[in-house]
Design a protein around this ligand. Structure first.
Ligand SMILES: [Zn+2]
Length: 690
């Protein structure tokens, strides 16, 4: 990490990486860029054409990330304590065979909120897609009819720029703040305790109006690190410990709900997907479509929901929206693909027999084939380069592929899959919508690698079968184990590269391992090799740009950054680095154009104002420069270059009081590791000032 670059005439520029700035601000710009790509707006009215529902019920939606139902007492698990969810199940309905349509967080949540399959709501992977469907979400339907709405989420992968804030008057996605002196990225996860604290505080302010609250707890997601006393109690089963901790915190939420008006309140609890826990050679989730990750917990309680009922029929995430609206006497929008589960409460059959499933994660993140499938109460069909069929009634563990002996069943389910895709002639095409690199860093630290290139993918279903790459999955998982040393990590990932030489996920992790070990030459060679074999990833080019900058080679850095921002035009960090490289090589017009590009998309991005200030200095427009530096410092008081430059401007203007304040702010916040050379100089200048 290098410190602030010093440009001519004593001005300070931002040429370090992992710079700190407001994430929400950056990504607001992402949305702005994306909005122009939206398809023509399609009006979808609620079934009652805007008439208010007959029963104005409060709705509490709880989604528990990565929760396997078979780890809850109410689903028959005896080794853990989940008393609060067990009690909720007793007071309402438990769906024994509930499934998601995709083992990925944001696509699964998009199905919960819209009642639509991923092929329709278009959120196809975590990180590279934003919910921007013209169809209304459950939140929008309720808000338009007068509900107070609020969301409290536990992970950066559901930050508001991914589009789930639609219809929420309050969308609390604050993740814990890092130490201002540290260059670390924002912590991407917040514990259930904090999420529930915020949610209960909001509930306490509610009086009278019906409300809709969404609480998302992320704790069971990898890494598994439950807090005490669950850490100790579940020492050998940390995943179970996370589940038990989440249950304890949700108990506080349910108690707060019970204090309000429980007789008017519906509660729905769903997992977004399960977790493989090494079954089928997968460790977490996202690659495969087995029941380890497709099965979810699904519990409802409240007015109209019978007590202590267990429903055996298949229930799907797309069914949540129509079920909630049905319980209020309202109908779902007619395009919704789910169906109300309310008839199942009185033993009637519901049309949930077929559940489409897909995962594009293997395609987008590893260059393998995407998977699709169809699940019925008896069969699971998985379309892959080598397709699979399981008889779930005989083989719930999906160990014996019986496609050879049941070709007619496979053909029937394949036709169902085709009907869902309905792509017309040729393979379905999907286009990723990018998020910035800082969000990528957060996603990466959570184990996601999505959204790395604004590209079109042709979903042919062909290529490397993910089940032929379980050894690569094992290596990737082993490489992130906390006990692995940096050199072991490199060795493991090199082995994975040998097995799967065109896998962008392996390049990403191995490059990161080289960078963390300070082995920059090998890191650079790796990326150059990746480009040679045709990898086209924005992160690859921006990392190359960073490596060139570290070597002091701004001329080589420029084309790398140009390629990176071409692949990901919403990556403000790379754009800022590119603009600074132009400035340092005296390409003032290019630099100014690039800073303006950033600000056009995102007028809250503080480093670009610092950059515009430096351009104004070059043009001898000191009053404009002062305005820009002031704006940068105001937007991000921790952007120390802005404090330095502002101090310089004030000093030159003879305003020593303000100059002193800026430089004292700098000295209070600057870490010697980053600003070691500058600190004594600023101190010396300060001591000579009156
Ligand atoms: Zn998830």
């Amino acid at each position: 990490m290098q410190g602030a670059g010093r440009t001519e005439h004593g001005w300070y520029s931002q040429m370090k990486f992992c710079i700190r700035h407001g994430l929400a601000a950056v990504t607001a710009g992402t949305l702005l860029l994306l909005s122009s790509c939206q398809s023509p707006s399609k009006k979808v009215a609620s079934g009652n054409e805007g008439a208010p529902p007959q029963r104005r019920l409060n709705v509490v939606l709880v989604t528990i990330d990565t929760l396997r139902p078979d780890r809850l007492g109410c689903y028959g698990y005896l080794k853990s304590e989940t008393p609060n969810l067990d009690a909720l199940a007793k007071s309402g309905v438990l769906f024994e065979t509930a499934v998601t349509h995709t083992p990925l967080t944001t696509p699964s949540h998009a199905s919960i909120f819209t009642g639509l399959y991923p092929t329709v709501h278009k959120v196809r992977d975590t990180g590279g897609f934003v919910l921007q469907t013209p169809y209304k979400t459950l939140t929008e339907i309720l808000q338009q009819q007068g509900w107070d709405t609020a969301a409290f989420v536990g992970s950066a992968v559901l930050k508001k720029h991914f589009g789930f804030n639609r219809g929420f008057a309050v969308y609390d996605d604050d993740m814990p703040k890092p130490d201002p002196r540290s260059a670390a990225v924002e912590n991407p996860e917040r514990r259930a305790g904090k999420v529930v604290d915020r949610a209960t505080a909001w509930l306490a302010t509610q009086s009278g109006k019906p409300y809709f609250i969404w609480v998302h707890v992320y704790d069971p997601h990898y890494p598994y690190d439950p807090p005490s006393p669950f850490r100790e109690k579940y020492r050998d089963r940390p995943y179970d410990g996370e589940v038990a901790y989440a249950d304890q915190q949700l108990g506080r939420l349910f108690a707060a709900v019970a204090r309000k008006s429980p007789e008017n309140t519906l509660i729905a609890v769903l997992s977004d997907h399960g977790e493989s826990l090494s079954e089928h050679g997968e460790y977490t989730h996202g690659i495969f479509l087995y029941d380890s990750t497709l099965r979810i917990a699904f519990i409802m309680a409240g007015p109209g929901v019978p007590k202590g009922l267990r429903v055996k029929q298949q229930a799907r995430t797309v069914d949540l929206l129509p079920t909630v609206l049905d319980l209020m006497g309202d109908k779902a929008p007619h395009d919704v693909q789910g169906t109300s589960l309310v008839p199942a409460f009185s033993g009637k059959e519901v049309a949930t027999g077929y559940s489409y499933a897909e995962t594009l994660y293997p395609k987008i993140n590893h260059g393998w084939a995407e998977l699709r499938g169809m699940r019925t109460s008896r069969w699971k069909y998985i379309r892959a380069p080598k397709s699979e069929l399981y008889d779930l009634a005989q083989d719930p563990g999906e160990a014996n592929n019986v496609i050879g002996s049941h070709p007619e069943e496979a053909a029937r389910l394949e036709a169902r899959v085709r009907a869902v895709i309905a792509a017309g002639d040729g393979p379905e095409k999907v286009q990723t919508a990018m998020v910035d690199q800082r969000t990528m860093q957060q996603l990466k630290s959570l184990g996601y690698l999505s959204g790395t290139s604004g590209r079109e993918y042709s979903l042919t279903g062909q290529g490397i079968d993910p089940k032929d790459r379980v050894s690569v999955l094992k290596s990737l998982f082993l490489s992130i184990a906390p006990t692995v040393t940096p050199s072991q990590r490199i060795q493991i990932l090199r082995g994975a590269l040998g097995q799967d030489p065109a896998d962008p996920g392996v390049y990403y992790h191995l490059g990161d391992a080289y960078a963390k070990a300070g082995r920059y030459k090998e890191e650079m060679k790796l990326y150059q090799d990746g480009i040679r074999i045709g990898l086209q990833n924005a992160w690859l080019y921006s990392r190359l740009g960073r490596l060139y900058i570290q070597q002091g080679d701004r001329v080589e850095a420029i084309p790398a950054y140009e390629k990176a921002v071409q692949l990901n035009p919403s990556d403000s960090d790379s754009l800022n680095d590119l603009a600074m490289a132009y400035l340092d090589t005296h390409r003032i017009a290019d630099s100014e154009r690039t800073f303006k590009w950033i600000l056009a998309a995102n007028d809250q991005y503080a480093p670009a104002y610092n950059g515009m200030g430096l351009i104004a200095v070059q043009k001898h427009d000191i009053s404009a420069a002062r305005d820009y530096f002031e704006r940068a410092a105001q937007l991000d008081p921790d952007l120390l270059e802005a404090q330095l430059n502002l101090g310089r401007i004030y000093k030159n203007m003879g305003d020593t009081g303000r100059a002193r304040a800026c430089w004292e702010t700098f000295l209070a916040k600057a870490s010697p590791a980053e600003y070691g050379g500058l600190i004594p100089k600023i101190r010396a200048e300060l001591s000579t000032m009156p």
